[in-house]
Design a protein around this ligand. Structure first.
Ligand code: BG6
Ligand code: MG
Length: 214
């Protein structure tokens, strides 16, 4: 009965979540602030640029100018890392899955917190496979707020009840559940509190796997 599938981008359709982490790590190192992979997974994965920085610098005093500068530096590091991205970096079977969704007469959309979303979709050459793109410029309240998924559902004219959301971040699964959708989590089971179903990776996930008990 699902009519649309709404995909997070970073960490779901491609491994850019690793690049986001490396860029934050470089910034944190420069600022002498400790940041671990575990903290990244628990607090930064899927979370917007400013909210991520706020977590990293929590309890420290920085001016708004310094905050702006740090966000810019992180984004510059990230942009360097994605400069060489090519269609090869779409998760294995990802392009086939998007084509399969289209052939089945379902809608697909992206629901990403990233302002770099379109450039990544272009470099991966999958931008034309989506019926709607909601990105870091679309809504004010970031994940875990439901707004981006609700907005993406609207872009493809589908009620939230008929949407499946796909996310690698706990904040993203929270957003999907709060939006009233079925949530497919991508990653280790322990990462998610409210996912309806979890797969370890999107590699070679087919439409029938997604629809199985949705
Ligand atoms: C999400 C990423 O998709 O986008 C986060 O998972 C990132 O790591 C967020 O912070 C915002 O992205 P950007 O590219 O606008 O800084
Ligand atoms: Mg993600």
């Amino acid at each position: 009965k699902a009519k649309a599938i709404l995909f997070d981008l970073d960490g779901v359709l491609t491994d850019t979540s690793e690049y986001h982490y490396r860029a934050w790590k470089q910034l944190a190192d420069e600022e002498g602030i400790p940041l671990t992979r575990e903290e990244n997974d628990a607090h930064l994965r899927g979370v917007g640029r400013r909210d991520s920085l706020m977590y990293i610098i929590r309890g420290r005093n920085y001016s708004e100018d310094q905050i702006q500068d740090m966000m810019k530096r992180k984004n510059d590091y990230y942009n360097k890392l994605i400069e060489q991205m090519s269609p090869k970096e779409v998760v294995a079977g990802g392009r086939e899955l998007l084509q399969e969704i289209r052939q089945a007469g379902l809608k697909s959309a992206v629901a990403s917190a990233s302002k770099n979303c379109r450039i990544v979709l272009e470099r991966l050459q999958i931008i034309d496979l989506f019926d709607g793109i909601a990105d870091g410029n679309s809504v004010v309240n970031g994940k875990p707020a439901p707004d981006i998924f609700v907005f993406a559902a609207g872009l493809v004219n589908t009620s939230v009840i008929d949407c499946i959301g796909v996310e690698d971040a706990d904040a993203g699964v929270e957003a999907i559940k709060t939006a009233g959708m079925y949530a497919l989590g991508v990653g280790p089971k322990e990462r998610f509190k409210r996912a309806d179903k979890v797969v370890p990776t999107m590699e070679n996930v087919r439409l029938k796997d997604i629809l199985a008990d949705a």
